[in-house]
Design a protein around this ligand. Structure first.
Ligand SMILES: [Mg+2]
Length: 373
């Protein structure tokens, strides 16, 4: 079997000159083979930049487009192809967006392999530990109390027993933050997990420690990115002295960045995004690193049903892959791009057993939202 073509598809709901919200654009890939098998992947990154990285013609040995690197190769040789891509696009970035592009292609290669062998990806990864995975839902605070109560009740109605809030200025005004957390705790009671996402908003370690002390009463499950990820010393102090579980890493890529993050920042939880960290292949190394450092891996995931399926297969085959983020986006790219989207059932996602990733794309939706440049 040989790869005959690689297609990078840029999808966007708003027009190019209109504002775009989280979840309203996407970059998906399709890898075509001479056997007729087709692999699907995606990366939650800058679609135009990723598309260019895939399509660009070669400049020289360490500056090659990813499509050219893959065409003619056997798609089943995933590890060798990952390293070939990493090496031959080295000058475009050994981290960041080049790894995002590799992540999408790696996921598509696993999809092909699963279909070829007639087994789900989680079987190729060593076998599933569970039939379903508990999910948590994220909500972005609204300006009004009634709106916030409605959002929280909507999450509980989905059966979720774990909730995260962040964004919309959360973390910038302590009295307002406390009032919001008080409201959420009133709605969810003491038994539902509650975590907060600061998106690196707190100023420095000592400022963050004051905030943590003030919010401790709300029994927080974790505090996500309280400081920017480069503030390793501040994060390590916070991990040691706040008494709260610090999480982060959704913007990091490769085992190398996660090793540094685990060693220098000492988070309790790391949150790689499978479509950015290097794909399914690299996520396996990152999971083992987390184990070696006594950290839990709870992936970031807020894009289409392709990302969701890849994350589900990975977590199903991970011994402690017990919690998944389930997007609350109303974007058609989440709700409808994958026509057999893995649904929430009583706050859990069922692990699929169809070959490969098992995703079916809605071709009409691709035609409707495809950006043609
Ligand atoms: Mg986050």
């Amino acid at each position: 079997m040989k790869i005959v073509d690689v297609e990078a598809i840029w999808l966007r709901v708003p027009a190019l000159d209109q504002p775009c919200e989280w979840g309203e654009d996407a970059l998906i890939v399709r890898i075509y083979t001479d056997s007729g098998l087709l692999g699907i992947g995606e990366t939650d990154s800058s679609p135009a930049v990723v598309k260019a990285l895939i399509e660009t013609p070669a400049s020289h040995e360490t500056c090659q487009g990813l499509r050219d690197i893959l065409v003619g190769e056997n798609p089943l040789e995933i590890d060798r192809l990952w390293k070939k891509m990493y090496r031959h696009c080295e000058y475009m970035g050994r981290r960041g967006v080049a790894i995002h592009a590799i992540s999408a292609l790696d996921i598509a290669l696993w999809d092909i392999a699963g279909q070829h062998y007639g087994v789900p990806v989680h079987t190729l990864l060593g076998g599933k530990y569970r039939e379903r995975i508990a999910a948590y839902g994220t909500f972005i605070p609204r300006p009004d109390e009634a709106g916030n109560r409605e959002r929280v009740r909507g999450l509980l109605a989905q059966g979720l027993r774990s909730i995260k809030l962040g964004g919309a200025g959360f973390g910038e005004d302590l009295p307002r933050d406390k009032a919001l957390l008080q409201l959420v705790r009133e709605e969810i009671g003491d038994d539902v997990q509650l975590q907060i996402d600061l998106v690196g908003r707190w100023r420095n370690y000592s400022h963050a420690l004051v905030q943590c002390d003030a919010l401790r009463q709300f029994n927080l499950n974790w505090i996500e990115e309280p400081l920017p990820s480069d503030d390793t010393r501040g994060l390590a102090y916070l991990a040691e002295r706040s008494g709260l579980r610090v999480s982060g890493g959704e913007g990091l890529a490769t085992r190398h960045e996660f090793r540094h993050f685990l060693e220098a920042s000492r988070p309790a939880i790391i949150q790689p995004d499978i479509t950015r960290c290097g794909g399914i292949s690299e996520m396996r190394y990152i999971y083992e690193l987390a184990q070696l450092h006594g950290a839990q891996l709870v992936p970031h995931g807020f894009s289409t049903g392709i990302l969701l399926a890849a994350t589900v297969h990975f977590l199903a085959a991970s011994e402690f892959g017990e919690l998944i983020e389930y997007s609350q986006s109303d974007s058609p790219l989440f709700r409808g791009l994958v026509s057999n989207l893995l649904a929430l059932e009583d706050g859990h996602v069922r692990v699929p057993d169809s070959p490969g990733l098992g995703v079916i794309l809605d071709e009409a939706m691709i035609e409707r939202y495809r950006v043609r440049t």
